[in-house]
Write a protein that binds this ligand. Structure first.
Ligand SMILES: C[S@@+](CC[C@H](N)C(=O)[O-])C[C@H]1O[C@@H](n2cnc3c(N)ncnc32)[C@H](O)[C@@H]1O
Length: 433
């Protein structure tokens, strides 16, 4: 997705349908009820023309990526907070002015029209006009890294990683990420790099600044590759499996890591408790021509008695490391989520250990920046299972950035560890004696 230039802003009667869809999307993303992904496939957006849809999406992403500074700027101008729906109109208005560089008369005029369409919104036309006009006279810059993350998460990151690292993490919230692709056959990455305007990264992922519908890109229909962030591609590589080995992928859907494991020639069993997500995994297998056994079940209570040479557990988590593509996760997350998820992760880790043959390898990972979901989990599982030991990962292995390797050989991958950014992950490799 590209933030449209001013000339891309829908002209129409003021681009009202696109902005109305953006308003619904922003409310859905911030409510935490339905994620941004679900909202993006919602019918109000699907009903728009392609150009309006792209603008609505870009507008919501611009607002979410700068929400902290936007709210600080609005607070400084609002004596009394208006209803949430009106605040959201102002957030989108300011995102148009200060991020998308929409022509000021269009941004202000359309925001006034938009608030007037809301229930009880007529009363707030003057306020929206005055506040947004104020920003056209005194423009604001929305890139203060200290304001980009919700304050409770920022405080956690400062405590876990230090002030400078936390600031670098937060700075990545405002940046629009490139797209990373994983290839079924690594040789195809090099062959398609020029056609995809891409660069092959150390672990073999291909990074491209291309935008738009990935299904139309070279190699997609042929099943040569799938979209997967560079750091999300590291855990499966660290299992080091190949033909003749049995691998269990315990929380597998939608299957980015299953596809990597299947591409090695290993016999993969992919377990996930979500039937909808397993359906996407099956579609991904079909498109890429790869195969895996799929099982729809709760991994913690799966009655199957088989054990495996290797197990990958990509556990459900707060997903705070994925904010580059899903900035809504930061604003929908609550402090209490982390403790609840940590309990689930511990249960799933015990299940993963019980499925491992003696001498087998387990890779545990989460796309979370929260230590309770990463370092804390591995500390816990090592204490509960004396036959288990960390198997340190070396810098460079599977594309591991040197800066991500901790003293104990586990990985704490931060967005700033790769040029151009990457998702935050915790990864640990363990071996059962
Ligand atoms: C982080 S996502 C996995 C992403 C996947 N490994 C990939 O690379 O595409 C976590 C997955 O865990 C699944 N899940 C959550 N709790 C589970 C459980 N108790 N048993 C099995 N799957 C579970 C969710 O449905 C979700 O698909």
């Amino acid at each position: 997705m590209t933030d449209p230039s001013p000339s891309d802003a829908p002209s129409g009667v003021s681009g009202l349908p696109a902005r109305a869809a953006a308003l619904d999307l922003l409310a859905a993303a911030l409510s935490g009820r339905s994620g941004l992904d679900e909202g993006l496939s919602h019918s109000s957006l699907a009903a728009l023309a392609a150009r309006d849809r792209a603008f609505a999406r870009a507008l919501v992403m611009a607002a979410l990526r700068h929400l902290g500074p936007i709210d600080a700027a609005l607070q400084a101008r609002l004596k009394k907070p208006p209803p949430e729906r009106v605040v959201n109109v102002l957030r989108l208005g300011l995102a148009q002015l200060a991020v998308l560089n929409t022509a000021p008369h269009a941004a202000v005029g359309a925001s006034v029209d938009l608030v007037a369409k809301q229930k009880g919104g007529e009363t707030f036309k003057g306020l929206v006009n005055a506040v947004l006009r104020g920003f056209t006279r005194e423009p604001v810059v929305l890139d203060d890294a200290d304001l980009l993350a919700p304050s409770w998460l920022y405080a956690r990151w400062r405590a876990a990683f230090g002030v400078e690292a936390a600031r670098a993490i937060a700075a990545a919230i405002a940046a629009e990420p490139a797209t990373d692709l994983s290839f079924k056959d690594p040789a195809r990455a090099a062959a398609l790099a020029a056609e995809l305007d891409g660069e092959v990264l150390p672990g073999g992922s291909l990074r491209t600044e291309r935008r738009g519908d990935v299904a139309a890109w070279p190699g997609f229909a042929e099943g040569d590759w799938w979209v997967q962030d560079a750091s999300a591609a590291i855990p499966a590589r660290l299992l080091g499996v190949g033909p003749g080995q049995g691998v269990l992928d315990l929380c597998a859907a939608p299957g980015g890591k299953t596809l990597q494991l299947a591409a090695t020639g290993a016999a993969v069993t992919a377990v996930d408790r979500s039937p909808q997500r397993l359906k996407r995994l099956a579609e991904n297998l079909a498109r890429t021509g790869l195969s895996a056994e799929t099982v729809g079940v709760d991994a913690a209570t799966w009655p199957d008695k088989r054990t495996f040479d290797a197990v990958l557990l990509d556990a459900p988590c707060s997903a705070t490391g994925t904010f580059r593509r899903h900035p809504d996760v930061l604003w929908a997350a609550k402090p209490s989520d982390v403790a609840g998820l940590a309990a689930v992760q511990a249960r799933l880790l015990d299940a993963a250990v019980s499925r491992l043959k003696p001498g087998g390898r387990l890779v545990y990972c989460v796309c979370s920046l929260e230590p309770e979901e990463g370092e804390g989990q591995v500390e816990g599982v090592l204490a509960r299972h004396p036959g288990l030991a960390l198997e340190p990962v070396a810098a460079g292995e599977g594309g591991t950035p040197a800066a991500s390797v901790r003293a104990d050989g586990a990985l704490r991958i931060l967005p700033q560890h790769l040029n151009g950014g990457t998702d935050g992950f915790y990864v640990a490799r363990l071996r059962k004696s």
